[in-house]
Design a protein around this ligand. Structure first.
Ligand code: C2E
Ligand code: MG
Ligand code: MG
Ligand code: MG
Length: 290
């Protein structure tokens, strides 16, 4: 009875402890199962990097590495589904380390090929991963272990990451920049960056979130936001890259407003590395400018 009372008090005090809710229970066990699957998947090489070309001035300058999970039973699972759980459970730490190593190994392979040696790779880094102790050492080990050139590695981070512990963030970024690693602010415009922080962070690039690009031709507010981000980047000495460009009209609008770097389905979705390399080679062979 005493135990029951204590349990009830706990349940009342912490609204997360609703074990009696069957739906909640189902989702808790589904999540636990997924966590186990993710651990096994990591051990069994079920994760893979896809590459989406990034364009600048009509040329492919590099690729964003985007994680894919081929689940043996459930098939392909998109990062939108497993990254949040990986962040919650801490699995993002080994997973993120695997991504960094795989991306650096790819860079090292490309460096051996004259047609691919100037490509850069952008890697998404989650807040928990960036904040872990030893993150800088982990990135440097991935670069050195692969024999990659740090100047070809870019890290994409989100605004929420940068808002916490600004001094610590700047210190880590400065250390990595010493090895040539670049930094992009992902999904820019969707978070809460204060402009005074933005000015202090050693960033290289702002990525215009795809939610502004989507309706840039029809929604005057989105057009104004996109133009403002380009102007802001320019006045801070940063580059601007648009995400989610799907039509020529969107690309042309952005170019007219001085945003010449972009990625999106207009050129290619994220694809397996062989398809990405084939795309780079085929474009090097012709002179068509997309
Ligand atoms: P993100 O970094 O903002 O990546 C852009 C997302 O937009 C990708 O979704 C990409 O496939 C998609 N996309 C690209 N071009 C277009 C387009 O023209 N139209 C539309 N509608 N979508 C486009 P994806 O691959 O599903 O990744 C979703 C998110 O998952 C990423 O957003 C990133 O936040 C996260 N993510 C992916 N890989 C990793 C990783 O290795 N580590 C971490 N921490 N997060 C990752
Ligand atoms: Mg990204
Ligand atoms: Mg993004
Ligand atoms: Mg996003």
């Amino acid at each position: 009875r005493a135990d029951l009372a204590m349990y009830q008090a706990k349940a009342a005090g912490r609204d997360t402890l609703r074990f009696y809710d069957p739906q909640m229970q189902a989702s808790v066990s589904a999540r636990a199962a997924m966590e186990l699957d993710m651990r096994a998947g990591l051990a069994q090489n079920q994760f893979e990097l896809y590459y989406q070309p990034q364009m600048e001035g009509g040329r492919i300058i590099g690729a964003e590495a985007l994680l894919r999970w081929r689940h043996p039973r459930d098939g392909f699972i998109s990062p939108g589904h497993f990254i949040p759980l990986a962040e919650e459970t801490g699995l993002i730490l080994p997973l993120g380390e695997w991504v960094l190593k795989a991306a650096c190994e790819q860079l090292a392979r490309w460096s051996q090929d004259p047609q691919l040696s100037r490509l850069s790779v952008s890697v998404n880094v989650s807040a928990r991963q960036f904040r872990q102790e030893g993150f800088v050492a982990q990135v440097l080990a991935a670069i050195a272990g692969a024999g990659a050139d740090g100047r070809r590695l870019k890290l994409e981070m989100t605004e929420s990451l940068l808002l916490e512990d600004v001094e610590g963030t700047i210190a880590k970024m400065v250390q990595l920049k010493g090895y040539g690693v670049g930094f992009s602010l992902d999904d820019f415009g969707t978070g809460y960056s204060s402009l005074s922080y933005l000015k202090r962070l050693p960033l290289d690039q702002l990525k215009i979130d795809q939610s502004f690009v989507r309706d840039v031709l029809t929604d005057p507010n989105d057009a104004a936001i996109a133009r403002t981000i380009v102007a802001l980047a320019s006045s801070l000495g940063l580059r601007a890259m648009a995400e989610g460009v799907e039509t020529e009209a969107q690309r042309d609008f952005l170019a007219r407003h001085h945003c010449h770097a972009w990625q999106g389905f207009l050129l290619s979705p994220p694809v397996p590395v062989a398809a990405f390399e084939a795309l780079v080679r085929s474009r090097a062979a012709d002179t068509v400018v997309v």
